[in-house]
Design a protein around this ligand. Structure first.
Ligand SMILES: [Zn+2]
Length: 187
């Protein structure tokens, strides 16, 4: 019986938590990533929604298995490495992530989020993905490209977020407060 899969492994995820799927030493056959509860695969033939993994199975390994089978069947070819950071848009980003339905509600929400991001010194480098998906952003204070959840950046119960929670390697909290009034005074 023919083996329909290929030995493969997951590589280190990039800033947007996209995992390269690797065969052999360094051959990348695609990337898998989570969108809400479903998993997507990027390959030489484009982006494919693999779906939701069966209960009890890790989505990354499950989506990687799908890619490996496509590769073994000759339906996809290796691709060049591409990281989300390098894919970042320089200049105005699209308002919505292409995976988010283009509805008036989502557009209104995205504009609200972007206005708030501006007050906290962030520049979007990709479209708004909804509140529970990673957003690609540039830190206006130090220039780092990072991926964050909006739910972690917006603060809670009417209180501003903590400046220490910006991202690893950013300026210290005192300096963040000094430069970004929206964080408010230290309590
Ligand atoms: Zn920073």
């Amino acid at each position: 019986m023919k083996d329909t899969s290929t030995a493969h492994r997951l590589g280190t995820p990039d800033v947007m938590r996209r995992y390269p799927v690797i065969v052999g030493e360094v051959t990348i056959i695609g990337y898998v990533s989570r969108w809400h509860r479903t998993w997507d695969a990027e390959s030489s033939v484009g982006t494919h929604r693999v779906g939701r993994p069966p209960k009890g199975q890790a989505g990354d390994a499950w989506a990687a298995q799908w890619l490996a089978e496509e590769y073994a069947a000759g339906r996809i070819e290796p691709i060049a490495a591409r990281t989300a950071g390098l894919n970042a848009t320089y200049g105005p980003a699209p308002l919505l992530d292409p995976r988010l339905p283009d509805t008036p509600t989502n557009r209104t929400r995205a504009l609200e989020v972007w206005a708030l991001l501006g007050t906290f010194a962030w520049t979007p480098r990709g479209g708004y993905p909804g509140s529970d998906n990673l957003m690609l952003l540039q830190c206006d204070l130090c220039g780092a490209i990072v991926a964050r959840f909006w739910s972690k950046l917006r603060g809670r119960n009417g209180c501003p977020p903590s400046p220490g929670a910006r991202h690893k390697g950013c300026l210290d909290a005192t300096e963040v407060r000094r430069r970004v009034p929206a964080y408010g005074p230290a309590s």
